[in-house]
Write a protein that binds this ligand. Structure first.
Ligand SMILES: *Cc1c(COP(=O)(O)O)cnc(C)c1O
Length: 349
């Protein structure tokens, strides 16, 4: 391991280092027990289940995640969706109008939206034809102001995971932060990088309850990183960024992880069925290998096929304008009935 000299403090923006975090009522008095009388936060005292502010540290959700993932709670940060987590990472480490981040298209659209929002320059290196990381080219465009490389694996919209050796090389050679977005990891045959987190002080892994956990509506994103990185992010996060209802629903679901697993098993078996059925659709020329809960396919005319599906009441994602994705459509794996309907319509049109 070469990165002995890596010090996260060198990457933190100056104003963030200097700022004093907001101290909430719940932060200042932590030994909260339900027998105490709470007159500190200007809440309405009449009980309705959510009249109190939520736990700003989300301890009980983190405890469950910690048990599930085998990482200590001080290496976990929660956000209002991964989108908030990613925004916090930009705000903590990227100096507007000075720093840049490296993106590997075609990839998730939020990275560039957040870069633009935060006024951070974007440097891009296309993925290879098989949608894998081009390591040499990626490391070559690094400048002294490159703060983050975003690796989305399994990648949206292509669906594949990047080769482990390529991710490892980037993590070892790049002296900034490497964010691995594992939104689809629960559908993947690859190991999560969580196992390796403690070998790479510059690694940040993001996951979400929006996909495999079936909780897109509650907005809960998770960030795993070194204790030092999590400390920085905790300083700048809005104090009550994860609301009480979200915390409750997340806990219920985490306590029933077997249910999540059985849904994942069905989705994976449906993915494989879909892959077989799609082979028989005459205008589909390529089915890209998927490690996620969606499948990217190449068709004769993406706009035409997209509109035909809409007319039949099925909404998919047209990815034709994305780099390397000309005439591709992205299909989310649905229920058994929904997938049957999709195939039926595909064969009719
Ligand atoms: C869906 C998705 C997410 C999830 O974002 P949330 O804000 O947690 O819902 C994150 N990354 C990628 C690549 C995604 O496709």
């Amino acid at each position: 391991m070469k990165k002995k000299e890596f010090n996260i403090q060198n990457l933190v923006r100056k104003n963030i280092k200097q700022m004093k975090p907001y101290s909430s009522a719940r932060d200042e008095f932590t030994e909260a027990s339900s027998e105490m009388t709470f007159l500190d936060a200007n809440e309405n005292p009449f009980q309705n289940g959510v009249n109190r502010y939520p736990d700003p540290k989300q301890q009980s959700v983190k405890e469950l995640l910690s048990g599930l993932k085998g990482l200590p709670m001080d290496q976990i940060l929660l956000g209002n969706g991964s989108d908030e987590v990613l925004d916090l990472i930009f705000r903590a480490f990227c100096e507007p109008k000075e720093d840049n981040v490296i993106l590997l298209p075609p990839t998730y659209g939020m990275y560039s939206v957040l870069a633009n929002l935060n006024n951070i320059e974007i440097k891009e290196v296309l993925l290879s034809d098989s949608f894998d990381v081009k390591v040499k080219e990626t490391l070559e465009i690094v400048t002294k102001n490159s703060k983050i490389i975003f690796l989305c694996s399994p990648n949206n919209p292509s669906g594949n995971s990047f080769s482990a050796d390529k991710i490892q090389k980037i993590a070892e050679e790049f002296n900034g932060l490497v964010v691995i977005d594992e939104a689809y990891i629960d559908f993947s045959s690859q190991e999560s990088w969580l196992e390796k987190l403690n070998e790479y002080p510059n690694l940040i892994i993001t996951q979400t309850l929006s996909k495999a956990f079936g909780l897109a509506g509650i907005r809960l994103g998770v960030c795993y990183a070194s204790k030092e990185i999590i400390e920085v992010l905790n300083r700048i996060k809005p104090p009550y960024n994860v609301n009480e209802l979200t915390q409750q629903r997340a806990k219920e679901r985490l306590l029933k992880y077997e249910d999540v697993q059985s849904e994942i098993a069905i989705i994976l078996s449906e993915r494989s069925n879909l892959e077989n059925e799609l082979k028989e659709v005459n205008f589909i020329s390529k089915i890209y290998p998927s490690d996620a809960n969606f499948i990217l396919v190449k068709v004769d005319d993406a706009n035409k096929r997209y509109n035909q599906l809409i007319e039949k009441g099925i909404v998919i994602r047209n990815r034709t304008t994305q780099a390397l994705c000309e005439n591709t459509l992205r299909l989310t794996v649905g229920t058994i009935t929904e997938n049957k309907e999709l195939i039926k319509v595909f064969k009719e049109i």
